[in-house]
Design a binder for this molecule. Structure first.
Ligand SMILES: Cc1cc2nc3c(=O)[nH]c(=O)nc-3n(C[C@H](O)[C@H](O)[C@H](O)COP(=O)(O)OP(=O)(O)OC[C@H]3O[C@@H](n4cnc5c(N)ncnc54)[C@H](O)[C@@H]3O)c2cc1C
Length: 337
């Protein structure tokens, strides 16, 4: 992982981000591949049923149970009941809207990010697997997403540009910011997807028997990969809560802990770190990055100082929270979790 000037020269870097020697090694997968892995596990687990083409249009709960109103593909409507419901239905979550209407406090950045997938041999120009280019106008992230030469290049554009203007401007942007100053015939562009970026958190992650997790509960800009990661650790924590209740070692007040601790993690880790990540690439003077940006100064120090490197690697786990600590006893079953 390398931070660079717009001309490609290196500011600083972390080698072996995937920590191949570590039992907690990171694996970086594009979302579609991760989705395939998750689905395979769900299908193999007899406790999980995956249903397609069902749209939740409302949810509610009382002291006895929770319910969801579900619209089927043929237009039919069903009412499903459950002990608890967790809304993991993404940024435009209907479950969140059923609980809070349009209330989703936070802010939207004054930038649009253009996610492009492109075949262009960035590694021939010395690019590493993940590259952050620091520049006030031409900031971008370039990450290798397959082994056959496909790269994700995400760059910033003015929010005033329409989709047509973004598409028309893309060749100029590429030529100006990518190494080798490529013209359209020099690369194979697969897609261009503009999107707005937000820092937002729902007022609560638990209301009665309804829970929220992942993008339904909180949003952050994608620089640093804390969106998906934050969602995964939400559902991991929630699974620990439900497992504790199921085994009789926790009552449902553990779900209040889920609400409290996952919101705290957003406020103390995900929101500030992802905001810093975005400001680092888009609003930092690259010439001063190694004397003013504390994180990059730490990265630079970690190149030669093992203790700093260990601290940096362990920082990844700051988003996690262990909910088994709230179990009121530790049965044999709990040890299996
Ligand atoms: C361009 C881009 C790049 C990103 N890059 C990264 C990255 O590099 N690293 C990272 O960590 N994160 C990244 N993110 C963020 C990451 O994609 C999200 O945080 C993550 O996908 C959220 O997962 P989720 O399951 O909460 O929501 P989603 O992935 O949005 O899934 C929600 C699911 O709910 C379903 N659904 C929605 N409404 C309903 C309804 N009413 N009824 C039933 N089902 C419903 C949807 O069909 C969908 O399957 C990126 C996001 C974008 C847009």
């Amino acid at each position: 992982m390398t931070w660079r000037h717009r001309d490609g020269t290196v500011i600083t870097s972390i080698s072996d981000v995937a920590q191949p020697w570590s039992p907690d090694a990171l694996t970086v997968l594009p979302l579609n591949m991760l989705g395939t892995v998750l689905l395979r596990h769900c299908v193999a687990n007899e406790n999980v049923t995956v249903l397609w083409d069902k749209k939740v249009t409302d949810v509610g709960s009382d002291e006895k149970g929770a319910w969801a109103v579900v619209e089927k593909k043929d237009g039919g409507v069903e009412r499903w009941t459950a002990d608890y419901i967790c809304g993991c239905d993404g940024a435009n979550s209907q479950v969140r809207k059923s609980l809070f209407g349009n209330e989703f406090p936070g802010h939207t950045w004054d930038a649009q990010i253009i996610a492009t997938n492109v075949y262009y041999p960035l590694d021939k120009f010395g690019y590493d697997d993940i590259n952050f280019i620091i520049h006030n106008e031409d900031y971008y992230m370039a990450a290798k997403i397959t082994t056959d030469g496909l790269w994700r290049v995400s760059y910033g554009e003015d929010t005033k540009l329409s989709l047509a203007e973004v598409i028309a401007h893309q060749p100029t942007k590429y030529e100006r910011m990518l190494p080798g100053n490529p013209k359209p015939g020099d690369y194979k562009l697969l897609n261009v997807g503009p999107y707005r970026i937000h820092q937002r958190m729902a007022p609560k992650f638990r209301v009665g028997r309804i829970l929220l997790a992942a993008d339904a509960a909180h949003l952050c800009n994608p620089f640093g990969g804390l969106g998906l990661t934050g969602g995964l650790v939400d559902v991991g924590g929630l699974a620990e809560c439900f497992a504790g209740m199921q085994m009789g070692v926790a009552d449902d007040t553990i779900l209040d802990k889920y609400d409290e601790m996952r919101r705290l993690k957003y406020q103390e880790v995900i929101n500030p770190v992802s905001s810093d990540n975005f400001l680092r690439v888009s609003a930092t003077d690259p010439k001063e990055a190694l004397v003013k940006d504390e994180f990059l100064m730490m990265v630079e120090k970690a190149r030669t100082d093992k203790a700093t490197r260990d601290e940096l690697d362990q920082g990844v786990f700051a988003v996690c929270h262990d909910f088994t600590q709230y179990y009121n006893k530790q049965p044999k079953e709990a040890a299996r979790l």
